[in-house]
Write a protein that binds this ligand. Sequence first.
Ligand SMILES: C[S@@+](CC[C@H](N)C(=O)[O-])C[C@H]1O[C@@H](n2cnc3c(N)ncnc32)[C@H](O)[C@@H]1O
Length: 178
Amino acid sequence: MEKWLKSEGENILKQVGIRKGQKVLDFGCGSGIYSIIASKIVGSTGIIYALDKNGEKIKELKRKINSLKIKNIEIIETTGEIPVPLENNSLNVILIYDVFHLLNKEDRHVFLQEVKRLLKIGGFLSYYITHTKEYDVDLEEVNNQLIKNNIVFKRKLQVPMVHWGSIEDSLIFNYYKI
Ligand SMILES: C[S@@+](CC[C@H](N)C(=O)[O-])C[C@H]1O[C@@H](n2cnc3c(N)ncnc32)[C@H](O)[C@@H]1O
């Protein structure tokens, strides 16, 4: 786990496509495992919007940001509403890592509409796929809604990711706005 947090995680987010200077939304960031790693990659010219509805997780993330002296993570604390308070066509990347299943049907639909609104052309949604069976997530339905929004599936990665405090062989799908 330590090795993953120190170096492997950064390599994986680079494989995902995160680059220097990008604007990244980490929707449902939790305590910010991925936000913090992404913040190192995007550097001072980029920004990570770390959004979550869980006040305790946000507090934990704020503590980490302070102790690591991170300057490029902006926290967005919500009450769980899906519309995201960011401008149209403003983001290069949206991460939805181990979160989508937690949204109800209507919110999943609204979230995918938001992806269309928020991404720049050429930007992408990166979806770490978890709990599809238990939470009745239909990936074909996700794909179909995204296609209607001119967002197309392009890349699948099979990589080790942090899940419930340990490292698991995992799947990430990337969908690009064309
Ligand atoms: C399993 S955790 C994943 C955290 C992080 N993405 C990771 O992979 O380490 C799911 C997170 O999604 C957040 N979440 C769920 N529904 C949300 C919503 N509607 N708006 C904002 N955050 C939400 C939860 O509060 C929780 O922190």
